[in-house]
Ligand binder design. Structure first.
Ligand SMILES: NC(=O)c1ccc[n+]([C@@H]2O[C@H](COP(=O)([O-])OP(=O)(O)OC[C@H]3O[C@@H](n4cnc5c(N)ncnc54)[C@H](OP(=O)(O)O)[C@@H]3O)[C@@H](O)[C@H]2O)c1
Length: 160
């Protein structure tokens, strides 16, 4: 399965000054549960913000300028290359999650089978956004509404 995973606010913000502009402890758990044991592909800036490969996952960083290599991490020059590396290395045994940021999401929306979206119910200031897309191309499932400091809803979008 090829999926993307994102949390965005009512005004589509995903980031601000290189960071995610909210802290929601349970929201992080969903990311961990879904991606553990699988492959995570992310842009160089998102990777640098995290600062290390994610534990118990294989990380592929997309970058044309910097190389990151370790036992559970490699770098590719494009999103397509990253997907091909994951497929060659793991076949169907692992799911592939594209985990941002804005630049990668723009490309990923066209090719993913599923989108795991957390809709954050607030307008939040930021400088990076989840792109507009044609929602009619996806079946939309509401998974759970959660009340934290900011309420949010877990949704799954499955390509029709
Ligand atoms: N809310 C969420 O769910 C979520 C998830 C992830 C990230 N974020 C936020 O998003 C922000 C970062 O997003 P961003 O768009 O600025 O950066 P980004 O996508 O994380 O990284 C951009 C860099 O990745 C590389 N890259 C991206 N697309 C590429 C492509 N198609 N081919 C080759 N290289 C490519 C380039 O690296 P080089 O310059 O090295 O070539 C580019 O400069 C941060 O604030 C982060 O916290 C939010």
């Amino acid at each position: 399965m090829l999926a993307l995973i994102v949390a965005y606010s009512d005004n589509r913000v995903i980031g601000d000054k290189g960071k995610i502009p909210w802290t929601l402890e349970n929201e992080k758990k969903r990311f961990k549960e879904l991606t553990t044991g699988n492959v995570v592909i992310m842009g160089r800036k998102t990777y640098e913000e995290i600062g290390r490969p994610l534990p118990n996952r294989y990380t592929i960083v997309v970058s044309k300028t910097t190389s990151f290599e370790s036992d559970n991490c490699t770098t590719s020059m494009s999103l397509n290359d990253a997907i091909n590396i994951a497929k060659e290395k793991f076949g169907e045994t692992k799911d592939i999650f594209i985990a941002g940021g804005e630049q990668l999401y723009k490309e990923a929306i066209e090719c993913v089978d599923k989108m795991y979206i957390t809709k954050i119910h607030a307008r939040i200031d930021g400088d990076t956004y989840f792109p507009e897309f044609d929602e009619s191309e996806f079946e939309q499932y509401i998974d759970e509404y959660v009340e934290e400091i900011i309420p949010y809803t877990y949704m799954t979008y499955v390509r029709k």
